[in-house]
Design a binder for this molecule. Sequence first.
Ligand SMILES: [Zn+2]
Length: 271
Amino acid sequence: MKNKTLLTTLTLASVFCTNAFAQIQLSGELTQGGLMIGKTQADSVVKLNDKVLPVTKQGNFVFGFGRDDANTYTLSVVQPNGEKEIKTLTPKKRKYNEQRIEGIKKSIMKPNPKAVERAAKDSKQVKAARTIFSDTTAFANGFIAPIEGTITGVYGSRRIYNGVPKYPHYGLDYAGKTGDPVKAPADGKVLLWVPDMFYSGGTMIIDHGHGVSSTFLHLSKSYVKAGDTVKQGDVVAGVGASGRATGPHLDWRINWFDVKIDPALVLKISQ
Ligand SMILES: [Zn+2]
């Protein structure tokens, strides 16, 4: 029989710190836009509220919070031996800045019906790719920056194009020259490559497993195609200025399914 007092102490301790006895270890920032990588015993049942989060053979699982997520979540883990641990998680609120962008072409600010139709088709294709679940475990092995350029745009900023407020920006923008090599931030499989989407131009999505994906926008070229497997650091594409872009740069996005994650926070996760 197990000592009940000891068990209670260990479970309480694990809520406050990561220790060898904790059933749940979480890496990542508990904040809006944060990606959380969890580790527990393999074969545990993990739930975020009522949603079951699949666990890899190594015991990893993942979830994330959107830009404006103001919810409180219950994360529960039931181990194979029946022991249960519950954590209450409230992502910290963030303040986002405003970014004014002038000089966007009229044809893009007020797209014609054909372009609107094209943009809707693009968006459908991107959304469909992001619903895919694969049991690839790359998401748990850390991410590297896809390019070494200066950061020129951040996640969450409210964008004002030619004075008109638009959707917030969800990517991390890096300065670059057309053709500069873009590397895979983590291992994965190419889900989509379209050279000429209306807004995002050359667009690539790479699946890192369990709903975590990278998206690159405004690319000038691709060295891979849908279905290809890539390794972290592989050159997969070239920087460009295609679609709605004022000049060549790389826009890198991270998603957990349809939840838009801040790539800068993903880079900070220590493994
Ligand atoms: Zn961007």
